[in-house]
Design a binder for this molecule. Structure first.
Ligand code: FES
Ligand code: FES
Length: 162
């Protein structure tokens, strides 16, 4: 079947199998490989992206379900000149990553959280990121990064490709 998705502001159309997952569409058809696959149980959140502004685990969505929708991956957050999104800057400043495998999903989940709750408490941050696992950091610096991004006024609408 043919699927057409707006990814980071650009149209990506491809023939895919009915069972193709959105994460594989993004990595293989859109050639955007920052969105990771970390499990086969829908539990790690490494594959988190925004679809029509809502965070979704892209390993739980069929590419067909994204047909005609708008998807933003972590590659879509920085400006075309390479200026990082405030959430990305906060993760760097607060050392919210080590190996970085979970980071694209963490960043996208954070962007989604701050879009609906611009000033979350630490407890709300921990709750919102429950579906995103990190094997390295112990979460402390990730939570600090999210709170720092919130203090800086980062929101999902703040940055778009281009
Ligand atoms: S790869 Fe999607 S939740 Fe782990
Ligand atoms: S930084 Fe390594 S899994 Fe999170």
């Amino acid at each position: 079947m043919k699927v057409s998705v707006t990814v980071n502001g650009s149209q990506v159309a491809a023939e895919v199998e009915d069972r193709t997952l959105l994460v594989h569409f993004l990595r293989e058809q859109a050639d955007l490989t920052a969105t990771n696959v970390g499990c086969d149980t829908s539990s790690c959140g490494a594959c988190t992206v925004l679809m029509d502004g809502q965070s979704v685990k892209s390993c739980t969505v069929l590419a067909a379900q994204a047909d005609g929708r708008e998807v933003v991956t972590v590659e879509g957050l920085a400006t075309s000149s390479g200026e990082m999104h405030p959430v990305q800057r906060a993760f760097r400043a607060e050392h919210g990553l080590q190996c970085g495998f979970c980071t694209p999903g963490m960043v996208m989940a954070t962007v989604s959280l701050l879009a609906v709750n611009a000033s979350p408490t630490e407890e709300q941050v921990r709750s919102a990121l429950e579906g995103n696992l990190c094997r390295c950091t112990g979460y402390h610096n990730i939570v600090r990064a999210v709170l720092a991004a919130a203090r800086d006024g980062a929101t999902a609408s703040e940055r778009r490709p281009g």
